[in-house]
Design a protein around this ligand. Structure first.
Ligand code: SAM
Length: 243
């Protein structure tokens, strides 16, 4: 999508991110990551407004972050404890952060915010370069469901309330594995357009990106409560290990 860079998500979404982007799984996410991370030095790629990082920090996890958006990080900073989390502003595919880290995670489908295969591969390589030997990299992403598209496009209602509605529109480019979304938010008579390009990958391709970076798949779950990953799973939580 033209004129859409790593910082655009935050510019468009920081203001109402917490209100509109609650996946409903935050408690389970924090629980599993805290368990896996232990007393490790931890890095969250695309830390955002601290949805998961802040509760982790409150539990004593030594967490740091990277994010491309000053606006998202300003929201994190404004919350209690937000000032204490070190955050580097930059593109997670290339950002240089002083490591090493024992555990890195990238959740809520944000790998797919990198809109080319090259950028996703670089993100794995950049992460692997910052991991200790034996360190873990955890990725949460949806399993693409291309049956949602009819004639290469979709329209569906997302949020609805008495004076607001969000309509998701999307066009699928199967060659580049890119879905170009445009969210149309109508609230109290005002209309806001929120574009979001995503480059999806199936789990096997993500495993290959990990392998290219020297990371091996150790575990794959179908949910944050360690549900088994099956052919019917709509998302996966994959844990890679540097060895
Ligand atoms: C869906 S939010 C996820 C935030 C947080 N991890 C969470 O789970 O709530 C996506 C985040 O990715 C950040 N982002 C998008 N592209 C990025 C990139 N190339 N490098 C670093 N951060 C990026 C956005 O600024 C935003 O904070």
């Amino acid at each position: 999508m033209k004129d859409y860079g790593p910082e655009t998500f935050g510019k468009l979404n920081a203001e109402d991110y917490d209100e509109l982007h609650d996946p409903g799984t935050t408690a389970e996410t924090v629980e599993l990551i805290a368990e896996l991370a232990g007393d490790a030095r931890v890095l969250e790629l695309a830390i955002g407004t601290g949805r998961v990082a802040l509760p982790l920090a409150r539990r004593g996890v030594r967490i740091e972050g990277i994010d491309a958006s000053e606006e998202m990080v300003a929201k994190l900073r404004a919350k209690p404890g937000g000032e204490a989390i070190p955050v580097t502003i930059g593109d997670m595919a290339d950002a240089r952060v002083d490591g090493p880290f024992d555990f890195v995670f990238l959740i809520f489908n944000t790998l797919f915010n990198l809109t080319s295969q090259e950028a996703q591969v670089r993100c794995f390589q950049n992460t692997a370069a910052r991991l200790t030997e034996g360190g873990g990299f955890l990725v949460e992403a949806f399993v693409p469901d291309l049956a949602r598209f009819k004639d290469g496009q979709l329209v569906r209602t997302r949020h609805i309330s008495k004076n607001a509605v969000t309509i998701e529109t999307a066009v699928h480019d199967p060659v580049n594995q890119v879905i170009n979304h445009q969210y149309i938010r109508v609230k109290g008579g005002a209309v806001k357009l929120v574009p979001l390009p995503m480059r999806y990958a199936f789990p096997a391709e993500i495993d290959l990106m990990a392998k290219l970076a020297g990371l091996t798949l150790e575990q794959r779950w179908g949910g944050w409560r360690r549900e088994p990953f099956t052919a019917g799973s709509k998302m996966h939580i994959s844990l890679y290990r540097k060895s």
